[in-house]
Design a protein around this ligand. Structure first.
Ligand SMILES: NC(=O)c1ccc[n+]([C@@H]2O[C@H](COP(=O)([O-])OP(=O)(O)OC[C@H]3O[C@@H](n4cnc5c(N)ncnc54)[C@H](OP(=O)(O)O)[C@@H]3O)[C@@H](O)[C@H]2O)c1
Length: 231
């Protein structure tokens, strides 16, 4: 029987690639996002069996409704990849304190909420459940203007460790990828003079996530794995 993965932020740059790579490797894929689903999208285009846009993942009821609907449709849930999130660059002096709340909500709370909504289903996975979060390499040592973002991604990393410990009595593993700057159209637009060849590709991140979701990674839990390309 095919394993089932739910990818949050599934219509974004990294989420779309992760969904495609899982589908290419025989998984059944569900995509969840706050962004609207791409217009006229088909299962073939999205590489997904189930998808839903307009899901606000800071809200537990919304997350529960999406996850229970996808389980009803696909029969089970084996893995959750928490990709929903966002970035702001802002100095403390010139920025708004609201940005700290926004980054917390977008990055930590979405991952905590989706994990809480998915936990009971994932714990029942016959092959061993998997939760994979997205932290950030940049959160290991913050640079100027990176306070709100890196504090929130540090929160994702601590959530990963705490939940991994919480679930050590079960077959569920919880790990996080810490990406460097990803080679996305948005980053190319924002940093046109950078050497794009040094940035990590979304496919390179997806293949590490795929490994963590596999049976081969059953001994890895609570790990924070930098995947930073050549930067
Ligand atoms: N891009 C990079 O260089 C980089 C580096 C390190 C880490 N990361 C992390 O990797 C992840 C994906 O990055 P990306 O470049 O693929 O970003 P992206 O293209 O902006 O995709 C992120 C998706 O998450 C959704 N989202 C945000 N808040 C949400 C919420 N409250 N509920 C549900 N969905 C929500 C966004 O929807 P809306 O567009 O509607 O907000 C968007 O579709 C993020 O967690 C990011 O922090 C990225």
């Amino acid at each position: 029987m095919q394993r089932v993965v739910a990818v949050t932020g599934g219509f974004g740059a990294l989420g779309r690639t992760v969904g495609r790579v899982f589908a290419e490797n025989g998984w059944e894929v569900a995509l969840i996002d706050k962004a609207p689903a791409p217009e006229n999208s088909s299962a073939e285009q999205l590489h997904a069996s189930w998808w839903r846009g307009g899901v606000e993942l800071i809200d537990l009821d919304s997350a529960r409704s999406a996850i229970s609907d996808l389980v009803e449709q696909l029969g089970k849930l084996d893995a959750l990849v928490n990709i929903a999130g966002g970035f702001r660059w802002e100095t403390l002096a010139d920025g708004s304190l609201d940005t700290w709340d926004l980054m917390y909500q977008m990055n930590v709370r979405t991952a905590a909420t989706a994990s809480k909504a998915a936990l009971d289903y994932i714990a029942n996975s016959a092959e061993g459940g998997r939760i994979i979060n997205i932290g950030a390499g940049a959160a290991l040592k913050a640079g100027a203007g990176m306070g709100a973002y890196t504090a929130s991604k540090s929160g994702v990393m601590r959530l990963t460790e705490a939940l991994a410990e919480e679930l050590k009595g079960s077959s569920v593993t919880v790990n996080a990828i810490l990406p460097g700057i990803i080679d996305t159209p948005q980053n190319r637009k924002d940093m046109p003079d950078a050497d794009f060849s040094r940035w990590v590709r979304a496919e390179e991140i997806a293949s590490v996530i795929l490994f963590l979701a596999s049976g081969a990674a059953s001994g890895v839990t609570g790990a924070l794995i930098p995947v930073t390309g050549r930067t």
